[in-house]
Write a protein that binds this ligand. Structure first.
Ligand SMILES: NC(=O)c1ccc[n+]([C@@H]2O[C@H](COP(=O)([O-])OP(=O)(O)OC[C@H]3O[C@@H](n4cnc5c(N)ncnc54)[C@H](OP(=O)(O)O)[C@@H]3O)[C@@H](O)[C@H]2O)c1
Length: 256
């Protein structure tokens, strides 16, 4: 790999995608490579990230990154600093749908109701989907500040929109609950807070939702392929121009 000391600035933009060893994360990484990015594929198991990067080919590099592990996050930030000297795009994609204790969707939905949801289930979900995003972002921010066109993209979900779920006509309203959907609501709050804080820096902070995509997270019950599902995400990742603080999905703007 080219050394930062030999080439003080990489001409190619540098991106980090968390949870990129499979699913939408790997697809985002693949498309960013296609757009000329050097992409670091974050993976909590290095070998899975390596296999995913090998599948993509040149321009894709695995990096060990567990978003719930401070040591892992620090080591990843140090590695990016020493190898690349900056970060142009951070895609906070890694997330979990549940802790692993449930087997069926019906079981998850029943156990996710505000009246009964186990608090330790919420803690596990929020640790990855919310605090993990904030921890990675805080660690990478000094490197993003060195970019001339920094973008932070948080992969959220329309399921987390309070505006949509307040509407009695929203078809997914019955599925709004305090576990996964609420973790995406909290992620939206973090996205907006960061966008407001960084308004004067030129760094664009965005949230984007894929369409319902067949991935491990939903036991491949999603209706779209990763190619289709990732479209809105890649669009948002490449958007260095439009105003910060956006929340978009497959049909354009989404309400917070
Ligand atoms: N699929 C959909 O229809 C849909 C809809 C709305 C939003 N989303 C969002 O899209 C994003 C990608 O999800 P997906 O559907 O592609 O699911 P997925 O195939 O299950 O991928 C999730 C990724 O996150 C990683 N991950 C989980 N915990 C992690 C941790 N602690 N540290 C690092 N990586 C971790 C997983 O790694 P392992 O392989 O090690 O588990 C995996 O690479 C998520 O933010 C999800 O909420 C998906």
């Amino acid at each position: 790999m080219e050394n930062k000391k030999e080439s003080s600035t990489f001409r190619q933009p540098i991106a980090l995608v968390t949870g990129a060893n499979k699913g939408l994360g790997q697809q985002i990484a693949k498309e960013l490579v296609g757009h000329g990015y050097i992409v670091l594929l974050g993976s909590r198991k290095f070998d899975n990230g390596k296999a995913a990067a090998d599948e993509i080919g040149q321009g894709a590099h695995p990096i060990q990154l567990d978003v719930t592990n401070t040591q892992s996050i620090t080591a990843a930030a140090e590695h990016i600093a020493s190898e690349f000297g900056r970060l142009d795009l951070l895609v906070n994609n890694a997330a979990i749908g549940q802790s692993g204790r449930y087997s069926t969707l019906t079981e998850i939905l029943e156990a996710s109701k505000a009246s009964v949801a186990p608090l330790d289930e919420l803690r596990i979900l929020f640790e990855t989907n919310v605090l993990g995003v904030l921890a990675v972002t805080q660690a990478m921010l000094p490197l993003i500040k060195l970019s001339t066109s920094g973008v932070i993209l948080n992969i959220s979900s329309a399921a987390g929109s309070l505006t949509l779920n307040s509407d009695p006509n929203f078809p997914y309203r019955p599925y709004f609950n305090v576990t996964y959907p609420a973790s995406k609501t909290a992620l939206n709050a973090i996205t907006l807070a960061l966008a407001i804080e960084l308004e004067d820096t030129g760094i664009k902070v965005r949230a984007a939702s894929p369409s319902f995509t067949a991935t491990a997270m939903n036991n491949f019950q999603g209706t779209d392929t990763v190619e289709v599902g990732a479209r809105a995400l890649v669009l948002a990742a490449l958007d260095t121009e439009s105003p910060t603080g956006s929340f978009t999905g497959p049909d354009g703007k989404l309400p917070w």
